[in-house]
Design a protein around this ligand. Structure first.
Ligand SMILES: *Cc1c(COP(=O)(O)O)cnc(C)c1O
Length: 368
């Protein structure tokens, strides 16, 4: 992509541009292809639709992309390349699916694990000297902690240490892990990239051709390839990523400031707020603070749940990154038992900000 603006790239890339071809890449539904051809079977090579999606996302991050049936499928190919006996560093509060895979591999004796605080850069710099995989997730779910990615990804590391960044919350628009020196960037495209809460998809992107080949091979072995319809919907959603992120993070900043002043809210965690633990770090390299935040209501967990249920415009649902605002109480989600009981994770959407605010305010005030 190099000199093209990301917003322009999102709209213009991944198209055929041949006379008589449709402007948009159509969903290609195929398992097998007529021979002889370079294409045999879509679990291996993908489809024209998934290939177009890969061109689009690879260009955006500055590497070569591989699409997957879900974010977790993408995570799996990165983790499962590790030989037995490897040492892995992960955040102490990673996405619960990632935590589950890490815990399972540890219990099986596949790898040993260091669980590190992402706000403490020094422990990560040490991990780079001893680990075979350093897995960062920034901003991290659900305390919205931002790691100092340029410092960590760019630091010296032991031979063979792979650095991977789950950049789902940031989107490809707010940070560029490969530019900082990471080997792999991963996204759950289910979230902001797809953007409409109607699909599951994942992607890994790398500049290293050997790694790309390895992930490609593992994807076909695991059967983790994306379907034609999902690839089409993800591509369709990605066209408007820049518009949606711009609007959602503008809304998020306004709402975070107001929630911080709200009598029924005790803590707001949003990297755009000067009060956030990792605000200075986020400001130093991110081009936007994203649309994810979490906050605690006053009172107990039941009260926080009541506030989620009292919302009308804001949807009471898990997941994130949709064009519609969603919120949920994390402590009731499986695998998140250690959460503050009153923590509500809030994915800010693209509705009119005054309408979102009015709904939040009534949900918080009516349940106090
Ligand atoms: C959702 C999510 C995943 C997993 O992605 P799926 O598409 O649900 O499989 C991984 N990391 C983060 C940060 C996520 O939000």
């Amino acid at each position: 992509m190099s000199e093209t603006d990301p917003a322009t790239w999102l709209i213009s890339a991944g198209r055929k541009r041949e006379p008589g071809e449709p402007l948009n890449v159509a969903p290609e539904f195929a398992s097998n292809f007529y021979l002889p051809s370079h294409r045999l079977y879509s679990r291996v090579e993908g489809t024209t639709t998934s290939n177009a999606l890969e061109d689009l996302l690879g260009g955006l991050e500055g590497g070569r992309a591989l699409s997957f049936a879900s974010g977790m499928a993408a995570v799996s190919v990165v983790l499962h390349r590790l030989p037995a006996g490897s040492h892995v560093a992960v955040p102490d509060d990673p996405y619960h699916g990632v935590a589950g895979l890490i815990d399972e591999g540890e219990a099986q004796g596949r790898w040993t694990v260091s669980r590190l605080d992402q706000s403490d850069t020094s422990v990560w710099l040490e991990a780079l000297q001893t680990c075979d995989l350093v897995w960062l997730e920034s901003p991290a779910n659900p305390l919205i902690t931002v790691a100092d990615l340029p410092t960590i990804c760019g630091a010296p590391r032991k031979e063979g240490c792979l650095v991977a960044v789950d950049s789902t919350f940031a989107t490809p628009l707010n940070q560029k892990p490969l530019d900082y020196g990471a080997d792999v960037v991963m996204h759950s495209a289910t979230k902001f990239i797809g953007g409409h809460s109607d699909l599951l998809a994942g992607v890994v992107i790398t500049r290293d051709d050997d790694l790309y080949d390895e992930f490609y091979h593992r994807r076909l072995l695991y059967g983790a390839s994306i379907g034609g319809m999902e690839a089409f919907l993800t591509l369709r959603g990605a066209r408007t990523l820049s518009l949606r992120v711009e609007r959602a993070q503008e809304n998020a900043m306004i709402l975070a400031e107001r929630l911080e002043q709200h009598a029924e809210v005790s803590t707001v965690r949003y990297p755009g707020l000067p009060s956030h633990q990792t605000h200075e770090v986020a400001k130093s390299f991110m081009t936007g603070f994203g649309a994810m935040m979490s906050f605690d209501t006053t009172g107990d967990g039941a009260r926080a749940s009541a506030a989620c249920e009292a919302a009308n415009l804001v949807h009471h649902a898990t997941s994130l990154g949709g064009i519609e605002s969603t919120m949920e109480r994390r402590a009731v989600i499986e695998g998140q038992e250690g959460m503050p009981p009153t923590l509500i994770r809030f994915s800010v959407g693209c509705e009119n900000v005054e309408d979102i605010w009015a709904d939040l305010d009534q949900a918080l005030t009516s349940t106090k």
